[in-house]
Design a protein around this ligand. Sequence first.
Ligand code: MD3
Ligand code: FE
Length: 203
Amino acid sequence: RTETITDGALVLRGFVSERAEELLRGIQQVTNVAPLRKMQTPGGHTMSAAMSCCGKQGWVTDATGYRYQASDPLSGQPWPAMPEVFAQVAKDAAEAAGFSNFEPDACLINQYEPGAKMGLHQDKDELDYEQPIVSVSLGLSQVFQFGGLKRNERPVNVPLAHGDVVVWGGPSRLRYHGVLRLKAGEHPLTGACRYNLTFRRAR
Ligand code: MD3
Ligand code: FE
């Protein structure tokens, strides 16, 4: 089932339900090497979601700013490769949404525990805004907020559940977005948390 949130934003409900356990094993593999960590914002706050990355480029934030870089600042080593199933799911979802040659070089893994959120922001650290973004939700449901091109536009709330994939492109690529605080709960595959995989073309 495909739902349109607005132009250029499509929700593919349950698109990865059948590949969820394989994706979760991929998260385990990556985070064994590049552990989930709560990063510092340039403004001096600690993000409430724990993050890790895989692929050629990883998104990081610290006191000096937001950026993509090829190595994990914790180890100084290159980020782990994207598991095959990650790359396949990202391509399949982009294709299903009408973006034919999506080759992500970056996958950000966000882990939300109860109380964790992400405030309204734009994703602007990538070179080419013509490239879509693919996001995969696993585990507990969380309310996604989809705003406009200006921060003051009232956002639309869209609950994202286990197995849902969202593809954002074209006119929606620079919209403000975020997620509300995760409510406590228990999911049979992830326990008390939600994971989000965000696939991007950084360079
Ligand atoms: C809409 N993550 O990591 S994913 C992020 O649930 C981020 O972890 C949220 O926003 C999460 O930057 C939302 C969905 C998402 C990702 C990128 C977008 C939505 C987007 C870029 C443009 C518009
Ligand atoms: Fe974002």
